[in-house]
Design a protein around this ligand. Sequence first.
Ligand SMILES: C[S@@+](CC[C@H](N)C(=O)[O-])C[C@H]1O[C@@H](n2cnc3c(N)ncnc32)[C@H](O)[C@@H]1O
Length: 277
Amino acid sequence: MTLTQALITAQPQLSKTVERPRLEVELLLAYYLGVDRMYLFTHGDEVLGDAVGYEALVARRAKHEPLEYITGRVSFYDIELFIAPGALIPRPETEILVEKTADIIRQNRLKQIAEIGIGSGAVSIVLARMFPQLRIVASDISEEALAIARKNIKAFGLADRIALHHTSLLDGIEAPIEMIVSNPPYIARDVELEPNVQDFEPHTALFADGEGDALLKKIISLSAERGVWYVACEMGYDQRERISAFVKELGVYSVDFYTDLAGLDRGFVLEELEIRR
Ligand SMILES: C[S@@+](CC[C@H](N)C(=O)[O-])C[C@H]1O[C@@H](n2cnc3c(N)ncnc32)[C@H](O)[C@@H]1O
C-alpha cells in the first residue's frame, strides 16, 4: 500500500467522527511516519511498510479520541505544547483571554500575576514569553495537569518565572498578586458534552458546581478579599447575567464582558474601582 492509498483507505473510517477526515488522516499518517504533512504530497507513491500502527491510530480517532492526545502536541497562540489526557486541550477561544490579559499587563506594567487552573501551562507560558519581566504564580488541583505544565514550562526555559502550586484557587500562596487570570471549569455538571470531550478530557477541568459558575464566583470573591486589582476569566456563553449580578453585589469592581469569534459571550475583565480614584 502506498502513502496515497493509505490516506484514501483510512478517510471513510473518520467521516462519521470528525469534520475534516482527509486532513486528520494526513495528520495521523504524518505523525506516524515522523514527517510533516507536505512529505505525504511529495512522496505519495512511497510504500507504507508497516500499516498496522497507522491503522491503530486511525481506529483510536474513529472512537473519538482527540487528535491532540494521540499525537501529544497542540498549537496555542504562537507556540506548540506537549499535551496528554491529564490536562484540558487548550482551545482557540482561550487565546482571546490571553490577549485581554496581555492588554492589562501592558497598560499597567504589571510584574506579578496569578493563574488559577494552569492546566497544560498554555496561558502562563504565552504570557511569560510576551513579558520578560513578568512573574507568575500558578495553581492547579490536578497533579497530572501540573506534571504536564511543568514539562512545558521547562521546555520553554521558564521554570524560574512560573511557580507551580498544587492547591485549590490560591490557597497557601502568599505572594502579592496584581492580577488573576483564569480559565476555570465553568460547565454545569448535568450538561452532556461531545464524546471527544466528555469521554477523554478531565472532568475536573470541565465541570463546576451550581450552574457551572461556582468557581468563577469564588475567584471573583477571592480577588476582592485579597485586593487584587484586575481579574480576567473565561466563562460560558450563558453566564453573563449571573456574573454581572454577582459582581454588582460585591460592588468593588467594574466589569467588561468580551465575546468570542462566534459572537458569543466568552469572558470578562474586572477592574477594582479603587484604583480608578
Ligand atoms: C478549563 S481548564 C484550563 C486549563 C488551562 N488554563 C487552559 O486554559 O487550557 C481548568 C483547570 O483548572 C483546574 N482546576 C479545577 N478546579 C480548580 C481549583 N479549585 N483550583 C485550581 N485549579 C482548579 C483543572 O484541573 C484544570 O486544569
